[in-house]
Design a protein around this ligand. Structure first.
Ligand code: DO4
Ligand code: MG
Length: 298
């Protein structure tokens, strides 16, 4: 059971529930968190409450909707180096390919404390079909396909979402202190296409993630991973995020990447990125290259 927002008409974004047969049922709430709060007020589970609406007449099939972000996440946080694949890729970019070197990425992969960083705000986060941007001062940029956790302000996991932690490998590789610049700029984060309700998932570690990159209608990259390759537990990542911290209803935590395109690959203007997570759906975004201005002051 999934929650989406779709364009009802030019002026209206409609919250809706999608059942397992891909039928869409409108929800009379302005946003996901209002729906969750009303379920709680009535002493119902979010899944049980959502199911009640699926006895209505469906309004549409999922594939016919024009989707937008299923929620305005006030903040998006991200965990890093949570999969072996990410550790190896970070080592490669930080050491100019000397794979036998031991770095702080090895240390953080093994350490008790995970790497958690601030990734995005609602204004920088886009949804299905919207452009993600390539920053103008990087020549080595990739998507990072990640499982996202949608939480309430207490860190309770309400659902799962696909996320793209767009990243500049050259900027981070030059110096880890450049991480915020390697991770955060206009349209550098995408989430969607739906929130898979946590109560509807038996085992989130069984979810699979696939990433495809299309260039001029040709597939130039495809990679696949299992969430059970994650070094840490999802609850463990959440517990570090909320420790002595205030988060807000609808915060998203991306849980790290396990899919990295080959080292010689960089995204181009016009590429299409598809991130598919089983049971959640496919998050599809076109890529746009930002053009360098004459001076950073302009
Ligand atoms: O240390 C950099 C962040 C790595 C990351 O974003 C990831 O592993 O997904
Ligand atoms: Mg990442």
């Amino acid at each position: 059971m999934r929650i989406i927002r779709y364009k009802k008409n030019e002026a209206t974004l409609q919250l809706a529930v999608v059942n397992n047969e891909s039928f869409v049922f409108d929800l009379p709430y302005p946003d996901f968190m209002s729906f969750v709060h009303d379920a709680e007020k009535q002493g119902k589970t979010v899944l049980g409450f959502a199911q009640e609406f699926t006895t209505n007449e469906p309004v549409e099939k999922y594939e016919n909707t024009i989707l937008t972000t299923p929620l305005e996440a006030p903040e998006v946080w991200a965990a890093g180096v949570t999969y072996e694949k990410s550790r190896d890729a970070r080592n490669y970019e930080a050491t100019e390919g000397k794979l036998d070197a031991t770095t702080f990425y090895d240390k953080v992969y093994e350490a008790e404390r995970p790497e958690i960083f601030f990734k995005s705000t609602a204004a920088r986060t886009v949804g299905p079909g919207q452009e993600v941007y390539l920053r103008s001062d990087s020549n080595w940029q990739i998507p990072e396909p990640e499982l996202g956790l949608v939480m309430n302000k207490n860190g309770k996991i309400l659902g799962y979402i696909a996320g793209n932690d767009m990243s500049c490998r050259d900027i981070e590789g030059e110096n880890p202190l450049y991480l915020p610049q390697a991770k955060m700029w206009k349209n550098s984060c995408s989430i969607g296409p739906a929130i898979l309700l946590a109560d509807a998932v038996d085992d989130p570690y069984e979810l699979t993630i696939t990433c495809r990159i299309l260039r001029h209608d040709e597939k130039v990259f495809e990679g696949m991973a299992y969430v059970n390759q994650l070094k840490r537990k999802l609850d463990e990542l959440v517990s570090y995020l909320v420790l002595d911290n205030e988060i807000f209803d609808g915060t998203v935590l991306l849980t790290g990447t396990c899919i990295v395109p080959p080292n010689e690959f960089t995204l181009n203007d016009g590429d299409i990125i598809e991130i598919e997570i089983s049971e959640i759906g496919t998050l599809r975004n076109p890529v746009k290259q930002l053009v360098k201005k004459e001076s950073v002051a302009n």
